[in-house]
Ligand binder design. Structure first.
Ligand SMILES: Cc1ncc(COP(=O)(O)O)c(C=O)c1O
Length: 471
């Protein structure tokens, strides 16, 4: 295993090897121990890792040397072009938010909170306890651990108004992250060549999952108040679509939260068209100024398919989420899960359940709010001071991101390159639009990077924008 300090040494030595001539001698282990202030074991691990990468070779008793690049005939994969043919949709192998940022840079592009915002002690203790349980050794139920399904159902039921029949544990299907749940829902409920309505801008991963399923994405404009019910009704009527994918709470990327009145109107349109609303409640635990009120709690007729993830709030490594779907639609989703991956690791489910049922979990969530607020406000203030051309339509009341509109003529690729040169990784907004972007935008994550670097990051963005303006 490569730990953090080994990783740092490997990254540094890789950069050195890249510019060193073949056969150059790598500094001695003793010199490396002194240079990095690391233990000899760590240095040896790093050298072994570089050896495994084929970058250096060690000659016992002599030292370690940069490996000469061997001229080899490149393999010929051209036959695959004929076998694979053109894809039905061009799907990038790695979306910008999933790319690694520079090791010492500021990663404003990624979609996850910083480690210090996670309940680290709870997660570690839960994983240890889960390892001792049967869940570590037996196959889990296809729909998920019964206790975890009950927890997801009860959480949603707690916000259901009087008169609405609350969801039951049987309505819950546990999935390994809501990305996987989205793919299942789109495959099971829409299918190849059929229309799927989606807010625009909307979550890049949903756009990709829809494209991969072969669905025809129909964008519906959406702003801080959500989609206009008339636009939505027209889109349903014109396309014959039977499903809308939406994020009513702290939408990624805009941070929008629909008002209760708008939520009711949208649900009415969905009902009137005999359709499904896939409610992606990805940021349920990430409220700052408001509390999320899932729309799904207001529907007991099976129109809302609800996705609830724990990966941003428990741990990105405990990939556990739930699809809550009522009626035959639940069986369709479960059938897709069976074909896709049979069941979710019981170990991870047991650990997730352990975390969310500890009294300290609630305390953790209460403590998260002020931390997210401080980070959000600092990035907003830094942009206002150093990058006034990055305009914020509104300040999100929860979630992880700011969504900034840039001047019309902004060249986003150039902006990303200029920011990268200053050590900042940004995510140009293009990937959040299912069709042509409505303008140049950038999504900036305030929950992941070190807030002490926000002023520098805003300065870099401001300078890069100013350079484009002055061209
Ligand atoms: C809106 C939205 N939905 C779903 C996901 C996928 O989350 P996960 O698969 O980690 O549960 C994300 C991740 O960033 C997201 O932003």
């Amino acid at each position: 295993m490569v730990d953090d300090s080994t990783g740092r040494i490997v990254a540094d030595l890789r950069a050195w090897v890249a510019q060193a001539p073949p056969g150059a001698r790598v500094p001695s282990s003793r010199a490396l121990v002194a240079r990095y202030g690391a233990s000899p074991v760590t240095v040896q691990k790093a050298l072994r890792a570089l050896g495994a990468l084929g970058l250096v070779e060690s000659r016992p008793g002599v030292g370690t040397f940069v490996r000469a690049a061997r001229a080899v005939r490149p393999p010929d994969y051209s036959w695959q072009t004929g076998a694979l043919r053109a894809p039905h949709a061009r799907i990038p192998t790695l979306a910008t938010p999933m790319r690694a940022g520079a090791p010492d840079g500021v990663g404003l592009h990624a979609g996850y909170p910083a480690r210090e915002l996670l309940p680290e002690r709870l997660v570690r203790a839960a994983l240890v306890r889960a390892a001792r349980r049967d869940a570590a050794l037996v196959r889990a139920d296809a729909a998920g651990l019964p206790e975890l399904r009950a927890w997801f159902a009860h959480e949603l039921a707690a916000t259901a108004p009087a008169g609405v029949v609350p969801p039951a544990p049987r309505d819950v299907v546990v999935v390994p992250g809501s990305q996987s749940g989205l793919s299942s829902v789109f495959r099971a409920l829409v299918g190849h060549g059929r229309p799927l309505l989606m807010e625009s801008p909307g979550y890049w991963g949903a756009i990709l999952a829809a494209a991969q399923s072969g669905a025809q994405v129909v964008p519906v404009p959406s702003g801080p108040d959500g989609p206009d019910p008339d636009d939505l009704a027209r889109a349903f009527a014109e396309t014959g679509a039977r499903l809308l994918y939406a994020q009513p709470t702290y939408a990624n990327p805009t941070g929008a939260q629909w008002s209760p009145a708008r939520a009711r109107e949208v649900l009415d349109v969905v009902r009137a068209h005999g359709a499904f609303l896939v409610e992606d409640d990805w940021a349920h635990d990430l409220g700052i100024d408001t509390a999320p009120q899932p729309l799904a709690a207001h529907d007991d007729a099976g129109h809302v398919v609800y996705l609830r993830s724990l990966t941003k709030s428990v741990s990105p490594s405990v990939r556990v989420a739930a699809v809550v779907a009522r009626g035959p639609v639940r069986d369709r989703v479960l059938a897709d899960r069976g074909a896709e991956s049979m069941y979710v690791s019981g170990l991870l489910q047991a650990a997730a359940l352990d975390v969310v049922t500890q009294p300290a979990w609630r305390t953790h969530l209460r403590g998260l709010r002020p931390q997210l607020r401080a980070r959000r406000d600092l990035l907003v203030a830094s942009l206002a001071e150093h990058a006034p051309d990055a305009h914020l339509d509104h300040v999100p009341r929860g979630g992880l991101n700011l969504w900034a509109r840039l001047p019309d003529a902004t060249d986003l690729d150039r902006l990303a390159r200029d920011c990268a040169a200053a050590g900042m990784t940004i995510a140009p907004g293009t990937e959040w639009f299912p069709a042509e972007p409505a303008g140049p935008f950038v999504r900036l994550n305030y929950a992941g990077p070190d807030p002490d670097r926000f002023p520098d990051a805003a300065r870099a963005i401001g300078a890069a924008l100013a350079a484009q303006r002055d061209r």
